[in-house]
Design a protein around this ligand. Structure first.
Ligand code: NAD
Length: 282
């Protein structure tokens, strides 16, 4: 027996009563690396719940891909700005948070998502790639957190969400810097959670397995080349680690970020949520 108004053709997502989500409307969220992939998925999901968004990413604001992303978030009707701070540079990161506080009055939700990848055996791993991955995937979160926490503490409310990875819990060969940075970010998440545990500030991590985004797409040709296989075979090979054999979606990661930012998640802190199709269950 179907509920009133629900027919056999109603999509599954509309059949269930909506889970209660409160406390996000009118808040301000800074989402690093939100012009693409997972960060964009999170920015869209938070904006749908009524948050104002400070977007961030590489390249100028008027670059077509950046513009398309900014316009997609703006279309949801909340206040949206863009800051091109480079997550390699502490000064730009601090200035981004300070500008967000000045322009929007406060930073309530901080999502540390910007990240890059490089795949190489450790003996030949380029030193500059190691430095960049540690800086963007780990150290940038130290700077955004230390700069936004004082304001969150003054208001006694804050949500920090760090986008880690299955590689924060497990390792793969040839990803030395990425695995080190993501394990580090998972550790930082726990430390910040403990330092803020008595306040109404939470700090949690989301650890996706493979999500179909430009970051993953870029790895496919390299894998195909190194293994001497086709692009389609390389795509399948990537999913060998993921028991579901399906890529997770940016919407799914966005939904978890919304939950963690909500009032309903106020008792959840210091955790690391896997969205990885069973990868870390193995
Ligand atoms: P993506 O390449 O699609 O997007 C990366 C974003 O980061 C872009 O907006 C880019 O402009 C920004 N960025 C990169 N370098 C930057 C810099 N120096 N300064 C400012 N912004 C910068 O990547 P994605 O797949 O969406 O990954 C997002 C996060 O999710 C990363 O931290 C990644 O490690 C993590 N992650 C991704 C997957 C996956 O399968 N895609 C899995 C686990 C974790």
């Amino acid at each position: 027996m179907l509920r009133r108004g629900i027919t056999a053709t109603t999509p599954p997502s509309e059949r269930l009563p909506r889970m209660s989500i409160s406390g996000i409307k009118g808040k301000t969220a800074v989402v690093t690396g939100s012009t693409s992939g997972i960060g964009l998925g999170i920015a869209l999901a938070l904006a749908k719940e009524g948050a104002n968004i400070v977007m961030n990413g590489l390249g100028p604001e008027d670059e077509p891909q950046n513009q398309a992303s900014i316009q997609a978030v703006k279309a949801l009707g909340t206040r949206v700005s863009f800051d091109g701070a480079n997550m390699l540079r502490a000064g730009e990161i601090v200035a981004m948070i300070q500008k967000a506080e000045k322009d929007f009055g406060q930073v309530d939700i901080l999502v540390n998502n910007a990240g890059i990848q490089h795949v190489s055996p450790i003996e030949t791993f380029p030193t500059e790639k190691w430095d960049a991955i540690i800086a963007i995937n780990l150290t940038s979160a130290f700077h955004t957190i230390r700069t936004s926490l004082p304001g969150m503490k003054t208001r006694n409310w804050g949500r920090i969400v760090n986008v880690c990875s299955a590689h924060s819990l497990t390792a793969s060969p040839f990803k030395a810097a990425y695995v080190a940075a993501k394990h580090g970010l998972a550790g930082l998440t726990k430390t910040v959670a403990l330092e803020t545990a008595e306040s109404m500030i939470t700090c949690n991590a989301i650890s996706p397995g493979f999500v179909w985004t430009p970051l993953v797409e870029k790895q496919i040709p390299d894998l195909a080349k190194s293994e001497g296989i086709t692009l389609e075979q390389a795509k399948k090979k990537v999913l060998e680690r993921q028991p579901s054999r399906r890529f997770a979606t940016t919407d799914q990661i966005g939904a978890m970020a919304v939950y963690l930012a909500s009032e309903e998640a106020s008792a959840v802190t210091g955790t690391n949520f896997s969205i990885d199709g069973g990868w870390t269950a193995q």
